[in-house]
Design a protein around this ligand. Structure first.
Ligand SMILES: *Cc1c(COP(=O)(O)O)cnc(C)c1O
Length: 434
């Protein structure tokens, strides 16, 4: 049998790389089949190793909000590279970046650059612990904050309070300091705060959940958390790695007008290069070394290529508020017509959209948290995904990921996506029913 190039490359990759990928979400585990290997992309069209083209709804999992190979980003990286790819010493561009972040997200009075969203979240909870002198954190089931040990903790069976490592290699000692609450459920948070009175350093969450599909905060949820953190002297951390610079210039904070104490960034902030950041109120950020005693460092942090790419992309977003309007209109266009298709095909679904993040749950339940998200029909998604892929639409290869739209999408591409979806839903429904 003739292998296509992705199959050939995946076989080769598996010999040298665990599972053939450098991050598990890429491996197509939840949809089955062979991950597609890509070698170029422009705007919203992404091309695989066999020369097939797809309309891209992954956008590198978020960073590509203005499309792939966005000319100002490409030029910025090229220009910077001629002056050295790294100094390990301060540069002016880092100040420009920090200033720009502060203009776009006004409560980020000081910011520290790191190399990934994972690093940003790990550092933010260390800072919150150092600042408050308390040790426990509250997070929400189904929210993702990268692969730091403290976040790979799931709720124990029954009791919400007893955390258990969700990955081998994470210790029980670490697990006992991470408490899991239920998303959109303030009572579950209050209960944990009461049971752990005086011990909670921080509450960390995705202000719009994007890692269990797209789930918006219910009215009052973010405000309630703000209030609880004030009352219990805990640091409120918004993980805006996905939502930052996407839902508005000032991210979810601006969109919902609820302001956290610390914020973490990643994805868009690097324009496709490996960047993360954490920042917030001056008095909290000043506990970070070398100003304060909380240690945090990075050989390549603030790297000139990464800063140049990020600065080029963020500047474009700052200077073109209409991009957010256009992008939201496009996403709404897709959402509305997708709902009509789902209705026509008489498929049970719940669909959410916040700004340019959206996703479909194939379920008759109303999805508000991890357990309701898990009622989605994964088999139906698996078939839908592959039928879309065969028709030239690259969706996130998991029923529990948001689709990330880019402003490089045209209405022709959105219409082509809807035509593909019409056929794909028909096939998927027939296969699941039989
Ligand atoms: C992607 C993501 C992270 C982790 O970022 P990496 O750069 O992959 O380490 C953390 N939090 C959220 C909300 C994310 O979506």
């Amino acid at each position: 049998m003739l292998l296509n190039k992705s199959e050939f490359l995946f076989n080769r990759a598996q010999q040298f790389i665990p599972g053939g990928v450098n991050s598990p979400a890429r491996a197509f585990k939840s949809v089955g089949g062979i991950p597609v290997f890509f070698n170029k992309a422009k705007g919203s069209i992404i091309t695989d190793e066999d020369g097939n083209e797809y309309i891209d709804y992954v956008g590198s999992w978020g960073p590509m909000i203005l499309g792939h190979a966005y000319p100002p980003v490409v030029k910025a990286v090229q220009d910077a590279s001629f002056n050295s790819t790294s100094f390990g010493a301060p540069t002016e561009i880092e100040i420009n970046m920090a200033e720009l972040v502060q203009r776009m997200v006004p409560n980020v009075e000081k910011v520290r650059m790191v190399n990934s969203g994972t690093e940003a979240c790990m550092s933010a909870i260390r800072v919150a612990r150092g600042y408050t002198g308390k040790e426990k954190i509250i997070k929400f089931e189904g929210n993702y904050h990268g692969h730091g040990d403290a976040f790979l903790i799931k709720a124990g069976s029954g009791a919400l309070t007893l955390g258990q490592p969700s990955s081998p290699g994470v210790t029980k000692g670490t697990a006992k300091d991470t408490l899991n609450a239920d998303y959109n459920n303030l009572e579950s948070v209050e209960k944990l705060l009461k049971e752990n009175k005086g011990d909670v350093a921080a509450i960390i969450l995705e202000p719009v959940a994007g890692n269990m599909g797209c789930i918006p905060p219910e009215p009052g949820f973010l405000e309630g958390l703000r209030e609880l953190c004030n009352r219990h002297e805990a640091v409120l951390i918004f993980d805006e790695v996905m939502t930052g610079f996407r839902l508005a210039r000032g991210g979810a904070q601006e969109r919902f007008d609820v302001w956290a104490d610390l914020v973490t960034f990643g994805k868009i902030i690097g324009g496709g290069l490996p960047v993360g950041a954490f920042g917030g109120k001056k008095d909290i950020m000043d506990v970070v070394a070398p100003m304060g005693p909380v240690y945090q460092a990075g050989t390549l942090s603030g790297n000139p290529l990464a800063m140049s790419a990020g600065l080029a992309q963020l500047s474009a977003l700052e200077n073109h508020p209409e991009y957010y309007v256009e992008l939201e209109e496009k996403t709404e266009y897709l959402e509305k017509r997708m709902r009509l298709l789902l209705n026509e095909h008489e498929i049970d679904y719940d669909m959410h959209r916040v700004g340019s993040m959206t996703s479909i749950f194939f379920t008759s339940e109303t999805v508000t948290n991890f357990s309701t998200a898990n009622t989605t029909n994964q088999e139906l998604f698996r078939i839908f995904f592959h039928e879309m892929l065969n028709r030239g639409v690259y969706l996130p290869p998991s029923p529990f990921e948001s689709w990330f739209l880019a402003n490089s999408l045209t209405y022709e591409m959105l219409d082509a996506t809807l035509t593909a979806a019409d056929e794909a839903l028909e096939v998927a429904k027939a296969k699941v029913m039989s």
